[in-house]
Write a protein of this length. Structure first.
Length: 149
């Protein structure tokens, strides 16, 4: 476990950093255009409550878990990059109780799902990596656009 830091980045800044990390790896994924930008919403969860973006956050965690396993399997030499990104996201969002457990379980489900299926890097694993990078970038952009202050 990574020890918590004293300074916490706001969630929007962290999600933006994840977007940049994912899109940098995803290459030139097509950007979605909108005629009118969505109105920012307040997204912070109160103690014991869920945030309106928790479903997206759990999906992003699952994608990051899958990337943590698959990128290493396919020789990306990134070390614990995706696990560390997930830890930073948890530290920034600071979920507690069941909410934290769900996010962590999503990351672990993404990791274990591919660990049970893939022992070597295959063309299908490469395709999964590309798709997850694109989906993760989209989710990160959507969360940032909708809930950033």
């Amino acid at each position: 476990m990574i020890p918590p830091t004293n300074s916490r980045r706001p969630l929007a800044a962290l999600v933006l950093a994840i977007v940049l990390a994912i899109t940098g790896l995803a290459g030139t994924a097509a950007a979605q255009t909108r005629k009118t930008p969505p109105e920012p919403e307040t997204g912070r969860a109160t103690e014991g409550a869920t945030a309106p973006f928790d479903g997206d956050l759990q999906r992003l965690a699952e994608i990051m878990g899958a990337l943590h396993y698959l990128r290493a399997l396919c020789g990306a030499n990134e070390g614990a990059k995706w696990r560390n990104e997930m830890q930073e996201l948890i530290d920034a969002e600071a979920p507690s109780g069941e909410r934290r457990e769900k996010i962590v379980a999503s990351f672990n489900r993404g990791y274990r799902g591919f660990q049970q299926t893939y022992r070597t890097c295959t063309p299908a694993a490469d395709i999964a990596v590309r798709r997850y990078l694109e989906e993760g970038a989209r989710i990160s952009r959507d969360i940032t656009a909708r809930y950033a202050n």
